[in-house]
Design a protein around this ligand. Structure first.
Ligand code: MN
Length: 248
């Protein structure tokens, strides 16, 4: 199996190293990842300046761009093969529910899907640095094998979230739907040392509606969550409603 690995925490993050090491047991792995953390940049593509890729080790490339850049550059230029699968992660922190569109880790899997390559994103549901990247890495190996054998449904990629627990405490995996975030108090405002006001976006705690069948529901109970996603964001149920509007 030929595998492209990327992430949005940067090439030096513990998660990508655990993932690449684990996947090397089942295939040829090339890592193409941002040279620094590029979290929460979503599906951004760099268009306004040239990109540089530096080979920093055997089968290891650092790019001064986003995860979407990395997947593009990897597949079109840096790799000597077309990968059978793209695996993105292991992200430090969850990518659940409404948050998936912010995630550079998820966007990498999205980009691979657009290029016709099976892909999944894997994140560790950790507050702070995270401890059990090994649990997520072991699960990623199982899933990569399964995808390689069975393929994925058309236009589908997987968003995987693994609780930060030791392997023996991790519960079975569940196929889930995207949950709903609860938006509350996530912007800090304060004065900087020069007396100017600043705002800092970010909530440290996971705040989601506890809806059965969702990704959040599964991981908060110790299960691995696998959510099948696709790129078509159309809300089909509202098409008829909107067609009844009188806009002419
Ligand atoms: Mn990240």
């Amino acid at each position: 199996m030929k595998i492209l690995v990327t992430n949005d925490d940067g090439i030096h993050a513990p998660g990508i190293q655990a993932l690449a090491t684990a996947l090397r047991t089942i295939g040829d792995v090339v890592v193409v990842a941002p040279d620094r953390e590029r979290s929460a940049v979503g599906h951004a593509l760099t268009l306004h300046h040239p990109l540089r890729a530096q080979q920093v080790g055997p089968e290891l490339f650092a790019v001064d761009g986003t995860t979407t850049d990395c997947v593009n550059l990897g597949i079109h230029n840096l790799l000597s093969f077309t990968p059978d699968i793209v695996v993105s992660g292991i992200n430090r922190g969850a990518n659940l529910g409404d948050d998936v569109t912010y995630s550079g880790t998820v966007a990498a899997a999205m980009e691979a899907t657009l290029m016709g390559i099976p892909a999944f994103a894997v994140s560790l549901v950790a507050q702070g640095l995270g401890s059990h990247y090994d649990s997520a890495a072991v699960f990623a190996v199982k899933l990569a094998r399964q995808i390689h054998q069975k393929g994925l449904p058309d236009d589908t990629f997987l968003n995987v979230n693994v609780p930060d627990l030791p392997p023996d405490r991790l519960l079975s995996s569940c196929i889930t739907s995207q949950g709903r975030r609860r938006y509350e108090g996530s912007i800090v405002d304060n004065l900087d040392p020069r007396g100017q006001k600043y705002y800092w976006i970010g909530s440290t705690e996971l705040s989601f509606l506890d809806l059965e069948g969702t990704d959040f529901y599964a991981v908060s109970r110790g299960h691995v969550s696998i959510t099948p996603l696709h790129l078509d964001l159309t809300n089909y149920t509202s098409i008829q409603v909107l067609r009844s509007w009188e806009l002419e």
